[in-house]
Design a protein around this ligand. Structure first.
Ligand code: BV8
Ligand code: ZN
Length: 249
């Protein structure tokens, strides 16, 4: 069973489990793949489309400026979908490893909030959160508890609100990035879970750990742009491979 899920030798697998269990400073970088088994669509897989739009064309400031209704429709649709999703055993394993003091930091590209719902608290959401809102004019920030309706208006100044996420072409929050770089400095092992390694600057994070002599362990169902840099590539759905590795620790 293990070999079919892992597609690597038992010995390598035990080595990877040892590295995780004895890591001095273990961190993880996750992407859309970690939420796939929770039925959250990924960005570039076969489900990376919405009404035949290429979703990365929607996640941009110009798409919002040109057609805020369409972009809000896409986010409202995602909020509705994600409200029905549950964390999967992959999220829960990462939360357990934080709980036991093994996982020091979880850097996620995902905006679905499932890591926190699984119980993780040391989470750095580098691309923001689907439920967070901000005003396009003033510095109002808010949070939705249910999917948005129509075009949300700022309660402070009446302007339009937008999702408080990082769109393509926008820079990542400097405070969050300062915490990310501090973790990358300390990391001795970095788990790279469910990411295609395409989006920058997140795709650089594991490379920075590697350059400093850290070890990279990838969990993916196929090779990614980062696979050529990793020390271990554990092939399979992370909802299965993470708990299975946990059972070896
Ligand atoms: C910035 C929020 C500049 C919105 C998202 C070169 C260098 C630097 C930048 C660039 C560059 N070239 C282009 C850029 C700009 C751009 C970029 O990287 N473009 C890409 C397309 C090339 N980057 C940016 O614009 C970033 N900002 O660089 O700022 C700047 C600097 C200074 C001042 C001003 C500006 C901002 C990027 C953030 C974009 N926002 N999301 C929202 O979500 O609504 S990114 C979006 O893609 C999601 O967050 C998603 O998580 C993320 C990354 O994708 P992945 O997570 O990897 O998901 P993907 O679908 O691609 O892959 C899924 C993987 O899972 C696959 O490998 C699959 O095999 C695997 N998988 C599937 N099932 C499973 C699985 N694995 C395990 N188990 C499974 N069951
Ligand atoms: Zn406002």
């Amino acid at each position: 069973m293990l070999t079919t899920v892992f597609n690597m030798s038992e010995g390598e697998l035990r080595e990877a489990a040892e590295l995780v269990a004895n890591a001095e400073y273990l961190i993880a970088l996750t992407g859309a793949g970690v939420s796939k088994e929770s039925n959250v669509p990924t960005f570039r897989g076969e489900d990376g489309l919405w009404r035949n739009y290429n979703v990365i064309e929607l996640a941009t400031p110009s798409a919002f400026t040109n057609n805020p209704e369409l972009v809000w429709e896409w986010y409202t649709w995602r909020q509705g979908l994600i409200a029905e999703c549950e964390p999967n055993p992959g999220h829960l394993t990462l939360a357990k490893w934080e709980e036991t003091g093994l996982l020091k930091s979880l850097i996620t590209q995902n905006v679905d909030g499932l890591h926190r719902r699984a119980g993780s608290s040391n989470v750095l959401e580098v691309h923001g959160n689907l439920w967070a809102l901000k005003c396009i004019s003033c510095d109002y920030h808010g949070r939705l508890s249910a999917p948005a309706e129509g075009l949300p208006e700022c309660p402070e100044c009446g302007s339009m609100l937008r999702p408080d996420v990082v769109w393509f072409g926008e820079s990542l929050d400097s405070e969050v990035m300062a915490r990310v770089y501090a973790d990358l400095e300390k990391a001795t092992v970095c788990l790279v879970i469910g990411t295609s390694g395409i989006v920058q600057p997140a795709a650089m994070f594991p490379i920075l750990v590697k350059q400093r002599g850290g070890t990279l362990i990838e969990f993916n169902v196929e090779t990614s742009r980062l696979s050529s840099n990793v020390d271990y590539h554990i092939r399979g759905p992370s909802g299965k491979t993470l708990p299975a590795l946990d059972s070896l620790i």
